[in-house]
Design a protein around this ligand. Structure first.
Ligand SMILES: C[C@@H](O)[C@H](NC(=O)OP(=O)(O)OC[C@H]1O[C@@H](n2cnc3c(N)ncnc32)[C@H](O)[C@@H]1O)C(=O)O
Ligand SMILES: Nc1ncnc2c1ncn2[C@@H]1O[C@H](COP(=O)(O)OP(=O)(O)OP(=O)(O)O)[C@@H](O)[C@H]1O
Ligand SMILES: [Fe+2]
Length: 550
């Protein structure tokens, strides 16, 4: 099968020919380069009108020279997400071409294409996928016929966050490569501190962009800021990727998107994967930045699955989310979530190693060590491990005093980032995702929030369920026991927004891995509302909209 792909969601007018027989891809691209500032939607659309016919023509000429008049079996195009005026231009071109060639039309989700290209090339079965592009940033994993969003930015896309700084500095678009070049001139031992914001597997860049702009206005040398930007932003993306591997139990990671051309990001991810024995794949740069090659490759898989569009159903969608796509080209039963072996003597989380020991009285304890992460800057690494160890010791105990079921803290060794905790529960909630625990989790979170605390990372791996014999997790009202652990990202806050974010993170971790999440979510929310404030549940709807494309 041979597929003509067309891409033009924002800046890159591109056409490609994919020959599935030989697995070869020919790409012709013509980028839009704004004279000043960022991407202007109207100018970008004008660029598409001029450039798309030319790149399509170049590819068609090459295709016909090699394969003759019947060179093309299907036409695939980027249906979204992207800028409406650009998408419409590309959609019109694709419909006309499919009609003229009398071949099927395939509507591809651009974000899924960014990730499928890496899966295609690596041959990985069920990877976690990190998409680091200009307008987006998210972690995806396949489960039950769809790509689930495991985590995503709560504000700007990662490239846009970087470009916002370079615009402030007065550099032209795109800023990413300029930041990478400038960072190379900085003193690597002199790390400027910037905000570092991860919440479960979600993350936020708005604080970093503004802090970087402020530092520039205060006269901090621009190379120093660029270096710090990379170290913070990419460490966040690497950390959430590791969290996703840990939550799902997956041991494969693929990378996609324009920012993935950055060598420091690739180095961090490949180091993190090597350190935890996972496989990592990043496609070559021509498949990372926006390009029609990835559209043609996924288009071929979809066409082969019969996933084609009738012209009246082929409208574009500027807000097309990856989790809306019915994945017709993959085995429906596959899943990114692997069973994890609980009850081992040593468990490895995303941040720490956890060793179970038995004390002289026969009670079980866990020794949790936040091991250094070689992928991140040593200074950032030291700060994060120290701050989180201190926060975990303090808030685990405070939460317990507020009536939340948490382990007792026996010992804290801050210099070695090590905690000794009571062993609680029989297994992780992730290993036994069942309705009977959900209400207890809701009630504990509500109680925590009522006492002015936020967990910061309430995933299904950070709740222990069942009884281990030695713990105090049986609740007073006789309900099914559940214990909250891992308070490393916890902090004090009475803000509805922060409380709602906790619910968002927990529900995200349930939705990412459960086949039928709704009854679980319902039980969780009813537990929450029995103890907590209704405004928090109301706010949850707004928070959910925040991860959507704007
Ligand atoms: C919807 C679609 O239009 C959009 N496309 C997009 O964002 O273009 P993409 O090619 O994936 O990424 C462009 C971004 O990639 C950044 N970039 C390019 N080279 C970079 C580098 N060496 N380091 C850091 N960022 C880099 C640019 O600064 C820019 O923000 C998307 O995929 O989100
Ligand atoms: N007090 C405890 N009692 C029983 N098991 C525990 C306890 N603390 C941790 N564990 C086990 O170790 C695993 C990892 O612990 P924890 O979540 O605290 O580490 P982490 O590295 O911060 O993990 P992640 O960031 O992936 O959530 C847990 O999922 C749980 O299975
Ligand atoms: Fe893109």
């Amino acid at each position: 099968m041979r597929v003509l792909g067309i891409e033009g969601t924002a800046w890159c007018a591109s056409a490609a020919l994919y020959d599935a027989e030989t697995d070869s891809v020919l790409i012709e691209s013509d980028p839009y380069e704004p004279d000043s500032g960022g991407i202007h939607p109207r100018e970008a659309a004008e660029h598409m009108s001029e450039a798309i016919p030319a790149v399509v023509d170049a590819v068609m000429t090459a295709a016909e020279a090699e394969y003759g008049a019947d060179a093309i079996d299907a036409v695939a195009f980027s249906r979204g997400p992207g800028l409406g005026p650009c998408l419409r231009t590309v959609g019109t071109a694709a419909r006309a071409l499919a009609g003229a060639l009398d071949v099927p039309l395939v509507g591809v989700n651009h974000m899924v294409a960014h990730l499928e290209i890496g899966r295609h090339q690596s041959g990985f079965e069920n990877p976690v996928c990190l998409n680091a592009s200009g307008a987006n940033a998210h972690l995806l994993g396949y489960h039950d016929g769809r790509y689930r969003v495991l985590g995503e930015t709560m504000d700007a896309g990662v490239g846009n966050a970087i470009d916002k700084f370079t615009r402030h500095v007065g550099w032209d678009h795109p800023g990413g490569p300029k930041v990478e070049a400038a960072a190379a001139d900085a003193d690597p031992d002199d790390l400027l501190e910037l905000p570092y914001v991860v919440k479960g597997m979600d993350f936020s860049f708005s604080g970093i962009s503004s802090a970087a702009n402020d530092a520039f206005d205060d006269g901090v040398p621009v190379e120093r800021i660029c270096f710090a930007l990379q170290e913070h932003v990419f460490a966040m993306l690497t950390e959430v990727s590791e969290r996703a591997l840990s939550l799902t139990g997956a041991d494969e990671l693929v990378l996609g998107g324009g920012v993935a051309q950055n060598e420091r990001l690739r180095e961090m991810l490949s180091r993190m994967c090597a350190d935890r024995g996972a496989d990592f794949h990043a496609p070559e740069p021509r498949f990372l930045r926006d390009n029609a090659g990835m559209i043609a490759v996924l288009g071929a898989k979809m066409a082969r699955a019969g996933d084609t569009l009738a012209i009246p159903d082929s409208a574009i969608d500027p807000n097309f989310r990856p989790d809306q796509v019915p994945v017709t080209w993959r085995d429906a039963t596959g899943s990114v979530a692997r069973g994890r072996d609980d009850g081992e003597a040593e468990t490895r989380g995303a941040e720490a190693t956890v060793e179970v020991v038995t004390d002289s009285e026969g009670a079980r304890r866990v020794i949790k060590r936040r091991v250094p992460k070689t992928y991140r800057h040593p200074e950032l690494d030291r700060t994060l491990r120290r701050d989180r160890t201190v926060a975990e010791a303090r808030l685990t105990s405070e939460a317990r005093r507020a009536g939340v079921s948490t382990p007792l803290v026996y010992d804290v060794d801050v210099p070695n980032a090590t905690l000794t905790l009571q062993h609680v529960g029989a297994r992780d909630l992730a290993a036994d995702l069942d309705e009977r625990w959900m209400s207890a989790v809701g009630r504990h979170l509500a109680r925590l929030h009522g006492a002015g605390m936020v967990h910061g990372d309430p995933t299904t791996r950070n709740v222990r369920v069942g009884t281990s014999g030695s713990d105090g997790s049986r609740s007073a009202d006789g309900a099914a026991p559940a214990t909250l652990i891992d308070f490393g990202l916890a902090f004090h806050s009475g803000h509805v927004e922060d409380h709602a974010m906790d619910l968002h993170v927990f529900e995200g971790s349930v939705r990412a891995t459960a086949t039928d999440p709704e009854p679980l979510i319902e039980a969780f929310e009813s537990g929450y509302s029995a103890v907590g404030e209704e405004v928090v549940l109301d706010r949850l709807g707004d928070v959910e909209g925040r991860g959507r494309y704007r």
